[in-house]
Design a protein around this ligand. Structure first.
Ligand code: HEC
Length: 160
């Protein structure tokens, strides 16, 4: 009887030790998650829907179209975007491009095309589109001048 009691006691100690160590590692994980969440929350609070988030502060755009950039943008569109985006307002995998330069500023577009992942995490409208399209736009790995050429091509598509 005494042996049984000792055994029960030992089991209780082991169980309680396990519990407490689990608790501490659980709360550590929870803390790390909280910090990560707070960082994203801070970024979302600071997010500027006109500029987006990325390395571009402003983009120079002249009233006249730069036809050289337009042509380059069209080649990139055909190769990297047309499988998911139409030039009309019809949705394919992603939203149609008609009117996109009225919805989005040039600087937003530059940041989005060179910092796609982070922007999808932060931009409320992209979040809504993600829910509708059910596909997350993959980063297309564009160089800055390629992104700029796309902006020019999309301006032409919108009748600039
Ligand atoms: C695999 C499909 C896919 C490819 C390829 C793709 N996109 Fe997207 N794009 C999407 C989806 C889906 C969205 C909606 C946001 C989201 O869910 O990520 C989107 C959103 C956008 C938006 C915002 C549209 C709006 O109406 O606000 C722009 C601009 C854009 N894409 C440009 C491009 C350009 C430029 C390329 C090519 C260099 C490209 N995308 C390639 C799927 C794609």
């Amino acid at each position: 009887m005494r042996k049984l009691f000792v055994l029960a006691f030992a089991v209780a100690v082991v169980v309680s030790c396990n519990n407490s160590s689990n608790e501490s590692s659980d709360s550590e994980t929870a803390e790390t998650e909280n910090i990560a969440e707070e960082n994203t929350e801070d970024l979302i609070k600071e997010y500027d829907p006109h500029r987006g988030e990325g390395k571009f502060e402003e983009v120079e755009i002249s009233d006249e179209l730069d036809e050289e950039k337009v042509a380059k943008g069209e080649v990139i569109f055909d190769a990297k975007c047309s499988s998911c985006h139409k030039l009309s307002d019809e949705m394919l995998v992603g939203p149609g491009f008609k009117g996109v330069t009225e919805r989005r500023s040039p600087v937003w577009m530059m940041n989005f095309l060179t910092n796609t992942d982070e922007m999808i995490d932060l931009d409320p409208e992209l979040q809504d589109q993600l829910e509708i399209c059910m596909v997350r736009m993959p980063d297309q790995g564009l160089e800055d001048d390629e992104a700029r050429a796309i902006v020019e091509f999309l301006r032409k598509n919108d009748g600039v």
